[in-house]
Design a protein around this ligand. Structure first.
Ligand code: FES
Length: 187
């Protein structure tokens, strides 16, 4: 079974490098973050810099591990957007974490096509193995388990995402057990 390179996963964990830890408004954005924002904004016409909002939120999440309300305000200020418009983006997409999560974020699709092919059972199996409710994080901070909307691979159910990037298909209980063991051993 293949999944994220642990080093790559670790590299996506919250990092304070190159960022100010102060929270609240634009001061949250370090020079390094603003440089990254500027590169994203430059991809769009000068009067459409708001189009970079998703990329900027992704950068914030890479830096801090989640997108806080203060981060949303900072992004809104940088892009000249209404804070509510940024919040709508953050809350619409599953990939943005609105609070700190575990090292490994496991999203199992439970939409109807997957439900008909053991998607819900796969979610229940993971929760049972880890001793958490859906949406919960293990006490050691290693795993957060969430359900997700359609991942676009209905024929491969049960399907899941690891850390928003690695799609895994045909996740039988045996494959789920292998995955959890492998991830737990790559702390
Ligand atoms: S419904 Fe699960 S991938 Fe489409």
């Amino acid at each position: 079974m293949t999944t994220d390179d642990p080093k790559a996963a670790a590299s996506r964990r919250p990092s304070s490098e190159g960022s100010k830890e102060t929270m609240g408004g634009p001061s949250l954005l370090s020079e390094a973050i603003q440089q990254r924002f500027a590169r994203e904004v430059a991809k769009f016409p000068s009067d459409q810099k708001q189009s970079a909002v998703m990329a900027c939120l992704a950068i914030v999440q890479q830096e801090f591990g989640h997108v806080s309300q203060d981060s949303e305000l900072a992004v809104a200020d940088y892009l000249g957007m209404a804070p509510i418009a940024v919040h709508e983006v953050t809350t619409f997409y599953n990939m943005y974490n609105q609070q700190p999560l575990g090292k490994y974020k496991l999203n199992v699709c439970t939409n109807l096509p997957c439900q008909l092919r053991d998607g819900e059972a796969a979610l229940d199996h993971i929760c049972s193995r880890l001793g958490v409710e859906e949406g919960g994080t293990t006490p050691d901070g290693l795993f957060t388990v969430q359900k997700s909307e359609c991942l676009g691979a209905c024929a491969d159910a049960p399907v899941m995402l690891v850390n928003d990037r690695q799609m895994l298909s045909f996740m039988s209980n045996e494959r789920l057990d292998e995955l959890l063991t492998m991830l737990a051993n790559t702390k």
